[in-house]
Design a binder for this molecule. Structure first.
Ligand SMILES: C[S@@+](CC[C@H](N)C(=O)[O-])C[C@H]1O[C@@H](n2cnc3c(N)ncnc32)[C@H](O)[C@@H]1O
Length: 197
């Protein structure tokens, strides 16, 4: 409950330092260069920029976020997509969402979670993504935190990402993107994982 309140409070107070007002540039570049189709989910969608990106490219996309104010702001920012934004918990997703997604689009959801919740993140993805589906992630590998600041974002290494999805997934793309928001250059990793059947 405390964790939930903290995200909701951040939106209520307008303390959304992570929001750049547009979709992730590496995610946009990847989706424009590769044919990705079907039902898609953006976990921790925040104000909804990746949902708008995916919808614009023809994906049947849903954004899920635990913070009601974040979801309300996404609906206000993208009213034509309002029915695509839902309040919900990635760790306990609605029954109707389980196993139905061909694609999950990850952007700054996992890095928002303290390390002890990463296994829950993985379980959430497993519940939502169908076997054979793609987890397309812009993973915030190196947040370079100020001394004494603990997060969010919470740093994780490429090795930790590899370990989290070592079983049950295969890597189908993996590189440091050449595009990034200012200040995130060289600190993100585009990695696409396919869930094995
Ligand atoms: C750092 S923000 C990123 C938002 C958005 N992806 C972006 O890049 O602008 C992390 C988001 O994850 C959401 N979140 C945290 N835990 C969640 C959970 N268990 N289920 C769904 N959303 C969650 C927060 O409410 C917040 O909107």
């Amino acid at each position: 409950m405390q964790f939930f309140m903290s995200w909701e409070e951040k939106y209520q107070k307008g303390e959304v330092f992570w929001d750049r007002g547009e979709a992730s540039l590496p995610m946009k570049q990847y989706l424009e260069r590769h044919l990705v189709s079907g039902r898609a989910l953006v976990p921790g969608c925040g104000r909804g920029h990746e949902v708008a990106l995916a919808a614009g490219l023809g994906l049947d996309v849903i954004g899920l976020d635990i913070a009601p104010t974040g979801v309300a702001e996404a609906k206000a920012r993208y009213p034509e997509l309002a029915e695509r934004f839902m309040v919900g918990d990635l760790f306990d997703p609605p029954e109707a969402m389980r196993g139905v997604f061909d694609v999950v689009l990850e952007h700054t959801c996992m890095s928002a979670l303290p390390p002890e919740l990463r296994a829950d993140y993985r379980r959430g993805i497993d519940l939502l993504l169908r076997p054979g589906g793609l987890l397309i992630g812009v993973w915030f590998i190196n947040p370079e935190l100020d001394p004494g600041y603990e997060g969010p974002p919470y740093p994780f290494s490429v090795e930790a990402l590899t370990g989290l999805f070592a079983e049950g997934y295969e890597v189908v793309a993996d590189y440091v993107p050449e595009v990034a928001f200012e200040g995130r250059e060289g600190r993100e990793r585009l990695r696409v994982l396919r869930r094995l059947g």
